[in-house]
Design a protein around this ligand. Sequence first.
Ligand code: HEC
Length: 153
Amino acid sequence: MNIRFLATGLLAAAISSPAVAQMSVEDQIETRQSAYQFAAWNMGKIKAQAVEGSVQFDQKQVAAAANAIAAVANSGMSVLYSRDSANDRAENTRLKPEFFEEPMKVQEVAVNFVREANTLQELAAGGDKAAIARQFAKVGETCKACHDNFRAE
Ligand code: HEC
């Protein structure tokens, strides 16, 4: 399945899925924050081993970390974003309301995140440290693109 089509489907699912109504706003916020923390923990492992070299490179650990990041990216997180969970309506969140005003931009950053995370997963399985380091930077750019647009300071 084409990634752009998939992401469009996920966004449509976010609007129509009964899972949104069943999950409280508090649970949506906590779950997405945990998912991003988990992704960040795994990004940190790849950075230490493949980019900085502060920890010895272990291909299996790097591949496991990349699998975890790709799993987060592909998990269908859009259902964790309801309008009521933005920071103008909910507590303890940095999600900006702009997220719901710019659906094309949201789709773009989400599609890029999934694509680059999937490529990182493929490269990590191959074990080429330099290629992994380059792709790590690309994934990091997709994290930042979303944060710059939709995460408050
Ligand atoms: C589609 C947009 C998007 C992408 C892609 C994204 N983030 Fe985020 N991130 C957010 C938003 C929005 C928040 C704020 C969530 C909240 O407070 O409800 C956030 C919060 C976080 C947090 C803080 C979590 C907490 O405990 O409050 C971390 C850490 C983080 N992101 C890391 C990452 C990393 C690392 C990546 C890439 C591997 C990434 N994010 C990709 C949108 C994104």
